[in-house]
Write a protein that binds this ligand. Structure first.
Ligand SMILES: *[C@@H]1O[C@H](CO)[C@@H](O)[C@H](O)[C@H]1NC(C)=O
Ligand SMILES: *[C@@H]1O[C@H](CO)[C@@H](O)[C@H](O)[C@H]1NC(C)=O
Ligand SMILES: *[C@@H]1O[C@H](CO)[C@@H](O)[C@H](O)[C@H]1NC(C)=O
Ligand SMILES: *[C@@H]1O[C@H](CO)[C@@H](O)[C@H](O)[C@H]1NC(C)=O
Ligand SMILES: *[C@@H]1O[C@H](CO)[C@@H](O)[C@H](O)[C@H]1NC(C)=O
Ligand SMILES: CC(=O)N[C@H]1CO[C@H](CO)[C@@H](O)[C@@H]1O
Length: 500
């Protein structure tokens, strides 16, 4: 649709009518060229916001579409300057009560989350068309890009990307090797999109591109899982491991707050901000004492400044949005001073995400910051839920049969709709739900702690972790997909010239 300014001008030159005098012809042609060039200069050299203002808010969508469908020569995203990086206020440490002292706090009831098949299909076609998930281009175009999230797990003996037990920054709960998991087949799978190959993960290249920048994972413990994976994948390529460290020396990452791994040779950091709902948890005083409430209309203002100016942000939320973790929706959700006597969790989720989306649209500098949202990661509790003896510890093989997969979560359909309505920000949607659903074999299950007695072992069998992932493991694939998306759609140092 668009082509380079020079070829556009050449085309116009050819089309100037030939019946006038040479002078008129020259003048006419000249003015057309000047005006067209001016327009093109405007288009190509103004940041998104300016273009957006010019086109009354529709500019970004136009440009995104152009970029999705367009040829690989078009590079409208080469506008950020990675050297202009400012830092957040790192002193803002959070002292709120630790919400993650047992894995259960972060767990969910898988089947209840994904139920509601009746609604799952609503508007799905529309959503698919308009959402940029950096995998699928919109419908109806010949230059359809490969959907990175539509694929399968293939055997690969060169996996994993870092040796089990090699990385000291993996939470003990995720360190299945440390806790003696006997099988290791679950480590030897690689995600393979059906219509293309992922670029192999080059940690040195990733760090080079991240030089002078900051990537932040924001969300619940599943994003901590992904963050630790990234820290380890990158650390594996660094010769002198002493030059990779948490900036305040922390070795435990479960408390709410801010964590930052610095890669000294690359002047960059890989950070995690723990905020389970993204919006603000807000205790409220009542006659009867303090009541926990969740503000659906306000971002978590303690954590938002910790990531607002990062170069890359990867969000997630989802596992806490369940009936039982939100007081059954009774006297819990709040907007302003109004506490809903009762609100359905999907409704609350939609309101909170809408708050998130509008905050992103108004507070993120999209010329600098690239925003990702990672979708829901499936759980695999068999014979019960996380709190009623659900199990996955005998699983050593992925699911191969698609008909055994769970339906696409309704909450993710809601998320897609919210992202689709954003005005200023191109959010890259990492649609990893299905790929996680295949991997019933890769959870920590009983290998999340040591047990000394038979009684402890018995208890471990009854209280398994089938929602987080062993590391090395499945989140490594999410980070490979993040790398692929950055190479394909990234700005500045991330942009790769050759097509993916
Ligand atoms: C980005 O623009 C600069 C100059 O404006 C150019 O030198 C560089 O090659 C461009 N990078 C990419 C990836 O297109
Ligand atoms: C990885 O990236 C580095 C830095 O760009 C490069 O020197 C190296 O050749 C790459 N390795 C592979 C295997 O492509
Ligand atoms: C490190 O990166 C920051 C931006 O994050 C930059 O201001 C600073 O100059 C860089 N330092 C070096 C030594 O390159
Ligand atoms: C306070 O407790 C009383 C008695 O249990 C109850 O009737 C009332 O609704 C409570 N008020 C609030 C604001 O929770
Ligand atoms: C994400 O993947 C699911 C299948 O797991 C699909 O139904 C949904 O449409 C996808 N969303 C996008 C935006 O591609
Ligand atoms: C739809 C569904 O699966 N509902 C279940 C949610 O979880 C509770 C408690 O585990 C079950 O009793 C429901 O049947």
């Amino acid at each position: 649709m668009f082509c380079s300014p020079i070829s556009a001008v050449m085309v116009l030159r050819k089309q100037v009518p030939d019946k006038n005098t040479p002078l008129q012809r020259w003048r006419g042609g000249f003015f057309v060229i000047v005006i067209v060039s001016l327009l093109l200069v405007l288009l190509f050299h103004f940041p998104y916001q300016s273009i957006d203002a010019l086109f009354g808010g529709k500019g970004i969508q136009l440009i995104q579409k152009a970029n999705t469908f367009g040829s690989s020569t078009l590079n409208l995203q080469n506008q950020s300057d990675p050297s202009q990086v400012s830092r957040p206020n790192r002193d803002k440490s959070v002292t709120e009560k630790d919400k993650d002292d047992g894995f259960k706090d972060y767990d969910i009831k898988g089947s209840n989350f994904t139920s509601d098949e009746g609604n799952a299909g609503v508007d799905e076609a529309d959503v698919e068309e308009s959402i940029e998930d950096d995998g699928v281009s919109g419908g109806g175009d010949d230059h359809k890009e490969c959907d990175l999230y539509n694929g399968r797990w293939v055997r690969d003996q060169t996996m994993p990307l870092y040796p089990p037990g090699s990385c000291p920054y993996i939470d003990k709960d995720f360190d299945c090797h440390f806790h003696g998991r006997p099988d290791d087949d679950y480590l030897r799978w690689r995600w393979k999109p059906n219509d293309c190959d992922l670029p192999s993960f080059n940690a040195t290249d990733f760090l080079e591109r991240l030089r002078g920048q900051r990537i932040v994972f924001v969300g619940d413990s599943l994003n901590r899982n992904m963050w630790e994976s990234m820290v380890c994948m990158l650390r594996n390529s660094v010769g002198n491991k002493k030059k990779v460290y948490e900036i305040t020396g922390k070795k435990e990452f479960k408390k709410k707050g801010f964590y930052s791994f610095r890669y000294e040779d690359y002047n960059c950091t890989v950070d995690f901000v723990a905020t389970t709902f993204l919006v603000k948890e807000s205790p409220m005083e009542t006659k009867n004492g303090t009541m926990d409430t969740l503000r659906l209309d306000l971002m978590d203002d303690i954590t938002a400044p910790m990531y607002q100016d990062a170069d890359i942000i990867v969000f997630n939320t989802g596992h806490w949005w369940t009936h039982e973790k939100t007081s059954k929706g009774e006297n819990y959700y709040r907007e302003g001073n109004y506490v809903y006597p009762k609100l359905e969790v999907d409704d609350a989720f939609k309101r909170a995400l809408t708050t998130w989306a509008s905050w992103i649209d108004n507070n993120i500098d999209t010329t600098k910051t690239q925003v990702f949202f990672r979708s829901y990661s499936h759980t695999h509790f068999r014979g019960g839920q996380w709190n009623s003896g659900g199990k996955c510890h005998d699983e050593t093989k992925p699911i191969f049969e698609d008909s055994y997969l769970q339906p696409y979560p309704t909450k993710m359909t809601i998320l897609e709709q919210v992202i689709d309505q954003m005005k200023n920000t191109h959010v890259m949607f990492m649609n990893i739900s299905k790929l996680t659903d295949y991997r019933k074999d890769a959870h920590p299950s009983i290998y999340r702690k040591h047990y000394n007695t038979e009684a402890e072992k018995l208890y471990a069998v009854k209280s398994q972790d089938c929602s987080h992932w062993c590391l090395p493991g499945v989140p490594d694939a999410w980070n490979e997909l993040l790398y692929a998306s950055l190479l394909r759609r990234g700005k500045g140092s991330w942009r790769k010239q050759s097509s993916l």
